[in-house]
Design a protein around this ligand. Sequence first.
Ligand code: GMT
Length: 396
Amino acid sequence: MRLAIVCYPTYGGSGVVASELAIHLAERGHDVHVVSYEQPFRLDRSLPNLTFHGVQGSDYPLFRYPHYTLNLSNKLIELVEDHGVEVIHSHYAIPHAVAAWQAREVLKDCSRTGTNRFPRKDGSCRAPVKLACTLHGTDITLVGRERAYYEMTRFAIKQQDLITAPSAWLAAETDRYFDTRPGEIRAIPNFVDLVRFSPDAAQPWRATLAPEGYRVITHVSNFRPVKRIEEVVGAFAALRRRMSAVLVLVGDGPELPKAEHLARELGLRDDLRLLGQQRPEPILQSSDLFLLPSRSESFGLSALEAMACGVPVLGYSSGGLPEVVEDGISGVLCPEGSDICLGTLAANLLDDQPRYLAMRAAARLRAEQFAPKPIVDRYERELLALIGEGERQATA
Ligand code: GMT
């Protein structure tokens, strides 16, 4: 299969999932073209059949706003014409699903043959490129619902030949707000690299992060409002009243200064470790608990990465997080908005060493249910079926 994967390159779950899927599919022999405005940070493998294509913009003075969607559509047209891409797989609907649909509309115009910059060699009109889109979260729950984006997002989603979401919850939210038919969206969970993310008894960063006897509580995110950073600090404050602990914040984003401000107000500034953007593995391996009290997390890939390192997760029983974290087994879930509940239950857990150790083991076991192979198998099957290759591949 010749596939274009379109994604955001930044630190964030959708770019991680897209990059790792691209690597796995390339390792399986597919011809994979990753498209973004920058090389995604997790696209860190060199393979002859895995190519990154950067989208170039233009800063013509008339343009007050960049036209990334147009530039991306043009790049996708080139990839179909030059590399015979059969499927465009967009990660995060805005604007990727729109750009993919635009590209397909242009490619449908057979009269372009021989007159455009990329004439089809045999002069024939190709089978239309197939479109797949993996919805990730705020493209559905937040940004996509804004009036300035809604109609085009809804339309572009409905033009896709395959729509997936990382949780049944996000699929249902899409049905509710974007008129997709129940059952139309395939729920394919995210996966985690269980070797890269695994427990390490040496706890490599522990001594740097906290004095002896202190607990290490970690949060990793892009620090957007949806991550409820004030509740991360609130939960930590409740725990801190019961025991010595540090709060480690990994990542960067608009709400990060708020964390520092709140911690200062609460007299906890000295307990805060602001690490910025880092590879999270050694930090997770040195952590006792992971906090993720988001308003609505469609899945919570960062939580899964923590669990793979044997770190129990504390978050809310809303959104898609309960499809990843089993309350009372691999983590603790409280009703949305109750940060004090999170902090109190976190302290109770850490005070109960046998229960805590059992939960660490259960977190890793749960993460193992999100191993890459069966999940990449599902993506591969669904994508191959779009080009009528499913059965051939299955019987080969
Ligand atoms: O939707 C976002 O805020 C961005 C997106 C990302 O690129 O990180 O995050 C979403 O996609 C991840 C990968 O599927 C999920 O693990 C996150 O839960 C999801 N974020 C939200 O739903 C807030």
